[in-house]
Design a protein around this ligand. Sequence first.
Ligand code: SAH
Length: 458
Amino acid sequence: MKIKPNKPPLKSGETIKLDIERLNHDGEGVGRLSGFTVFVPATAPGDSVMARVISVQKTYARALLETVINASPARVTPSCAHYDSCGGCQLQHLDYAEQLRVKREIVQESLRRIGGLNINVQPVIGMIDPWRYRNKAQVPVGMDGGTVIAGFFAKRSHRIVDVECCLLQHPANDKVVDIIRGLLRETGISAYNEKEHSGLLRHVLARTSFNSGETLVVLVTNGRRIPNKDMLVAALSAKIENLTGIVQNINTRRGNVILGNEEVTLWGKPYLTECLDGLTFRVSPRSFYQVNTVQTEVLYKKIREYSSLSGSETVIDLYCGIGTISLYLSRYTASVIGVESVPAAIEDAKTNAILNGLENVKFHTGLAEKLVPEMQKSGLHADVVVVDPPRKGCEQSLLDAIVAMQPNRLIYVSCNPSTLARDLKYLTIKGLIVQDVQPVDMFPHTSHVECVVLIKRK
Ligand code: SAH
């Protein structure tokens, strides 16, 4: 039996020697000092390091890497020059095979520790080329002295790191940010100041299709009036190749939420057209679309495989976004019902059904945890249920309604192993069985892990 020390065996400010055993779900190294857990970012399993303790809590401490005494063989030199300061990536110092091994371990560990599930997690499906995979850039804009900067937030902060080239982005998105950064300097349009809630341009959002190469630009502004607007729009439309539209999104609220509710089309179309497995999707600025186009196909293929459709089933696709999974599966089954809370996404989903000539799909706007219990009570049965919730996972009222519907298969797509583990624990208590867990690497070089899980009835 492990004995936990009563008092932490270290103090803030102290430098300690530590062997790193594994990574936690934030991608930070985990080591133990006399049994006491210490987290050290930017380390690798197998490293021996000297680290300076920066905070001590009841059950764990945090420390910053000072020197690597013995390096893990999986360590590599990060490809990005901004890796040390930018908060976007956490795993660039590990070779890609090690990143995949670590992600599998993170999932396995969450399922065991939070879910009480001792289940063999499949090896993570990685990318052949794990760079430049993101179709969307969402970049905060600010000032540094007198200069406009645009990039990413620094690790654990809201300080902007000026990044001109992100190796995870489609190159066209990098270019858009670069052009806008230059134009702000020329037009005198002010950048947003988060502290003072002043200045105009808050975020630049660029989405580029990996299929057509089209780009949609969204300018998120703290206010309606854009000085020198015509000049800005003319310059953007002239400089950005394959531009499909420029949209202004107005967000005058304080806080972290990036997009506001009001939009004005400044040029072209207010949406991007994406293609996936022969289907066409319209994506508008406020709709969710998976950021890794290549791996989305891999993920959806797995969902189809798990759903074992014979052609006669009723499928419910919860948290359906713009209807991608619904429409993907509708080609192999009798009928699909999609549920999603964002009205703009449901509008996209309905358009997408028409664009693809798929008539066996119905979409409903609302909260899954409210609509599905009502559907279940009114007698709706589903053979297959797919859930793909945001990071916070599913509410119990939703899981109860799904269990009551008695589907043959439940497929849980998750971007957060912790809430996945919590929800799987609840479902197993209710009598369901976790059959297979397949992680798919949608976010190489970051600590994020996506999983698709097949759950069955006893
Ligand atoms: N399945 C889709 C989208 C998944 S992202 C795809 O693969 O593209 C999660 C989606 O859930 C987002 O579109 C978000 O708007 C939606 N959402 C968030 N909370 C919700 C809730 N309580 N009920 C229904 N939808 C919700």
